[in-house]
Write a protein that binds this ligand. Sequence first.
Ligand code: HEM
Length: 548
Amino acid sequence: MALFELSAGAALRVLRAVGVVAIAIFARGFFILYQKRMQFRRLVAKHGLDVLPHSLIFGHLISVGMAMAKHPADLNGQVSPLVLARDHPELAKDGVLYIDLWPISYQMLAVFHPDMMAQFCQENSQLKHEQVRWEFYPLTKNKDLVTTDGAQWKRWRSVFNPGFSTQNIMSLVPSFVEEVLVFKRYLEGIATTGEVVALETQGMKATCDIIGRAVLGKSLGIQTTPDNPLFKALKENIAWLIPEWAPRQWGKMINPLRRLSMWRNNAIMRRELRSLIEEQYKNSGHIEGPKTIVNLAIRTYVKENGQTSMGDVIDPEFVDATIEHIKMFLFAGHDTTASTLSFAYYSLHENPEIMAKVRAEHDAVFGADPSQAAYMISKTPALLNQLPLTLAVVRETLRMYPPVGSVRAGSPDYFLTNPETGRQYPTDNLMMFSCSYAMQRDATYWADPDTFNPERWLTKDGEPAQLRKNTWRPFELGPRSCIGQELAMTELKLILALTLRELDIVPMYAPTGERFFGALMYQAHVSGELTAHPKGGMPVIVKKRVLS
Ligand code: HEM
């Protein structure tokens, strides 16, 4: 009895202690919430800003939630500024929206005026926001181009720039053709089985293999090896990353296995990449023909750091850093490109008259027999520059479906200025979001913005049209623009040129399915992925075309 009384008393004390800790945590959380909300309100009051109705408890969580609730539940969060701008034109008229979604996300200044985006990305490129570093630290320890700033970023960007140049990418096209033919054979196989597949999955493997060719001069074999260790480790680690603090991320945050699993996957990627980099180094002096991105990086690094620092043995600093850079190249270049490819296939399928013109363009450049195109492009990669309509299709796809935007850090003394009104907008304590999606769908800058119209990119005589400056920025503009732009544009044109005439890629969305701005395929939140992906990974069947 005494023992029972004792343990009951002890249990009570433990319960009380737990209660006190819980109350302390709750009180602290509430205090921080209050501080954040008041900070936002003070900024709004001080500068007379027009914002959505702001709740002291919920900030803008309810207003944004209500706006998004009118659309498909899996719609990707990056489109929310566009949804809000269309619902509240009176607030969005100057091209900015102040949004307080704390604690789900940082308090944000969404910018969709092209010249105001230019102010913080081009004219006066601001530092990356801490959210980017926090998100990618577990993948690359912030030793990559996306997350670094200042001297470190500058140094490595100059090391990698030569390999990503237009001229060098062109020289690598024959090796890309080999990977695209693997992708095409996969599609042909699907055509024979008639099964429905998520096109983007294979697209991501193809884009990784193309990056492998560009960076390391080797086929990584991701398309052909089931459970390829490098790809598996990369995808698992991407799935572990935490891009926001929404409830769907909470499981990951508290999962005790997260760190261990990420450590293991990082070790696998290091093992796989190290030997390939060392091989590039051994060959760096005597490779004839096209140079890979790592090969040219080795040359620049040696030049900048002095030949003696490397001697016969590859500099471990270079290898370690290059491993992290390649992980980021694979991450940044695989799903962005695969998602663009999927939206291009979708948009062409929805617009058969444009599809017919694109196929005719390919006939005109490569001849009537599509099976010759791969050989012709391998022999003369510059033929890819003779496809103005195909290029316009890729540009228009990236206008309507840019996969990512850029986020930069605001600061107390830094203001954006609306060029038409001269009004200044504070950025203190805010994450500035260069929202290409919202701007590239804005009727102020793009006629009929929700219509897929590649011909807007061409004048009547087929020459490129003059578009308003700063308005096309799927790769961002300015010093921190995408280093892989030329690679992505080249591979997208190449894949379309080698597949469109022989295959019909038919999206398999239920016609009664939910639509976003009229389209059944929209940018969705896909579990395990960070960037915007086509809904359901784009389910398709493939049909072989009967050519006359
Ligand atoms: C359609 C495909 C692609 C799109 C739409 C795209 C878009 C972007 C955007 C918007 C940025 C700026 C991000 C920011 O400021 O946070 C960026 C940066 C970057 N991208 Fe891409 N990207 C694509 C393909 C690629 C490819 C193929 C690679 C490499 C193989 C790549 C590697 C990078 C890297 C390393 C950066 C950081 C550059 C720097 O800050 O110096 N991207 N990309």
